[in-house]
Design a protein around this ligand. Structure first.
Ligand code: KG4
Ligand code: ZN
Length: 346
């Protein structure tokens, strides 16, 4: 029996996270996963301010790590590997995490590995559901949107993705347009429950074109027009208008993601007919109506649908610990020359 206990550190956007994951043979167990959000620090600015985020990570990282260790019942001496997000992301935050990880690794003599944040999201379906390779993955977050075939922990093929905004970004911008709090995804989802999704017909660009590429930037322009027309006609935006706009927006994103998933599945299944799995990951995968539509697409195609628990869809350090361990087992290690990479495609 082989056991590895890994400390994960994540600070690439606006969540300061630390986790302890133990993998016994092939079976992972999350012993602790601490996520300290910064929503209130950025609320007044209508979006994440990189400088404020970086300072908050510096302040909160050691508390998050201490909390993760204490909740897991481990001490630093029990940790076999320190895994840290080394990119892509907001550089100040990534640097804070990398420096913290290097300091801990140097002081304790523990091996260190830098992890691609996107690999963390992409491997989450294995961490939570033990999905076997290969699988088709829809990675949808605040900064990313792509269809990937996951062949093994370090090899991914991209089938397509957004050519402009990521869906999470569109959720956040739409929330701002409607005067709803950030992050936009959960606020839109909440108000959309009472909205009429059929009231506004919004554009679904690239749907008429073959392939898996998507575009979401036109949506906000259409929403802006619809909102301004309502404000002009009624002297303001009523709550029902907000709810109807939010519901129409959410349904449009869900239908684009589902239609493109249908095409990505066609491409994927042609080469992997014996592994019919679609997994989702990333913050937008927490959206219940998107999950439900993808679930019913998969059911109609006889494809397994895997959606990690909500807390592991959004940013967390358990996915970083797990992805770091898989890379380490495959022979990778970093040293004190590890540096932060603002851009790092999978
Ligand atoms: O993966 P994540 O935590 O951070 C990135 O790596 O980007 O994703 C954050 C994004 C935000 O844009 C947020 O609005 C969106 O995920 N999000 C959601 C929901 N929860 C978070 N979008 C739609 N519905 C949700 N329930
Ligand atoms: Zn993320």
């Amino acid at each position: 029996m082989t056991t590895h206990t890994v400390l994960g550190i994540e600070s690439s956007c606006d969540d300061t996270a630390a986790a302890v994951v133990r993998v016994t043979d092939d079976t992972p167990e999350i012993l602790a996963s601490i996520v300290v959000g910064q929503d209130e620090l950025h609320a007044a600015f209508g979006g994440v301010v990189p400088e404020i985020a970086a300072r908050a990570h510096v302040e909160k990282l050691d508390h998050a790590i201490e909390a993760a260790l204490s909740q897991s019942g481990c001490s630093l001496a029990d940790i076999d590997l320190i895994a840290v997000t080394a990119g892509p992301g907001l550089i100040g935050g990534v640097v804070s995490g990398v420096m913290m990880a290097k300091g801990l690794a140097r002081a304790t003599g523990t091996p260190l590995i830098g992890v691609n944040h996107l690999a963390g999201h992409a491997l989450t379906p294995r961490l939570t559901d033990g999905v076997a390779f290969p699988y088709l993955l829809l990675l949808v977050s605040g900064g990313h949107c792509q269809f990937l075939v996951a062949h093994d922990p370090q090899s991914f093929t991209r089938l397509g993705g957004t050519i402009d905004d990521a869906p999470g970004e569109a959720f956040d911008k739409t929330a701002r347009l409607l005067g709803l709090p950030q992050p936009g995804g959960p606020s839109i989802q909440k108000i959309a429950e009472t909205g009429n999704a059929a009231r506004f017909v919004l554009p679904r660009p690239l749907l008429d074109r073959p392939g898996c590429d998507m575009s979401f930037s036109g949506l906000k322009t259409a929403l802006l027009r619809a909102r301004d027309a309502l404000v002009q006609a009624n002297g303001g935006l009523h709550r029902q208008d907000q709810a109807d706009l939010a519901a129409s927006f959410q349904a449009t994103v869900a239908s684009v993601l589902t239609e493109k998933s249908r095409r990505a599945l066609d491409e994927y299944l042609e080469f992997n007919p014996a592994q019919p799995t679609l997994a989702v990951a990333g913050g937008v995968a927490a959206n219940t109506s998107i999950r439900a539509e993808l679930q019913s697409l998969c059911a109609s195609r006889g494809v397994d649908f895997v959606a990690p628990p909500l807390a592991l869809c959004t940013d967390n350090a358990a996915m970083i610990a797990y992805a770091g361990l898989l890379a380490h087992i495959a022979g990778e290690t970093d040293d004190m020359t590890l540096s932060a990479r603002p851009r790092w495609p999978l």
